[in-house]
Design a binder for this molecule. Sequence first.
Ligand SMILES: C[S@@+](CC[C@H](N)C(=O)[O-])C[C@H]1O[C@@H](n2cnc3c(N)ncnc32)[C@H](O)[C@@H]1O
Length: 231
Amino acid sequence: MQKKPNNELNPSNKGKKQKLKKNKNRKLSSTNWIKRQVNDPYVIEANRLGYKSRAAFKLLQIDKKFNFLKPGKIVIDLGCAPGGWLQVAAKKVYSSEKNISVVGVDLLAVSNIYGTKTIVGDINEEDTEKKILNLIDKKPDIILSDMAANTTGHKQTDHLRTTQLTEIALRFAINHLNKGGVFLVKTFRGGSEKTILETMKKNFSYVKNVKPLASRPESVESYTICIDLKL
Ligand SMILES: C[S@@+](CC[C@H](N)C(=O)[O-])C[C@H]1O[C@@H](n2cnc3c(N)ncnc32)[C@H](O)[C@@H]1O
């Protein structure tokens, strides 16, 4: 049976450190990544509760603050793999297999998640936009984007690529959201986000940056929530 996700982080998982077995062939960066994963309380809790990713806690924490994922809302999730946000959204808006109101798209395939439908596609392609919109018969009330490009290691290139995804998601939200709709997007500190913020403020009544506790403090990642699309 599928584990039912719950939204509480079990504090007893904090501070329990696990040791890694030595492996001479493993690169130092991989060892550090694995160490961080196995000792991360959000990873441990996501596994315990059946969430597909630790990212689920980021959405839960943002929603706790802004309370926008309400029953009956229609949600599009851009960059939805492996599916933690889909699970949270489906539960919060009461999406069911009979009446699916949460849909998503990603470059990678997502395994079946109750109350959701997903497609594989690149959001840069016009065809993908059409396909995702065809999965729902009404305009979406909420558009989420946790999209992130694969990093190259070159700081400026990485920043440009991720900022471009934020811009694409913003344009998609402005063009397709229902009046009064909500847009939540991953944003990055690093320089070129000023114009993005201006466009957000022009199109939404309320715009706020938010860094949930589950987002690693050392990461340049942050989120921006835009509430009430003006039409
Ligand atoms: C941080 S993960 C999303 C995690 C997800 N929110 C969850 O809860 O499991 C970012 C995702 O963005 C996707 N992505 C990056 N560029 C994309 C694009 N051009 N079109 C669609 N998805 C994209 C990646 O494939 C990756 O799965």
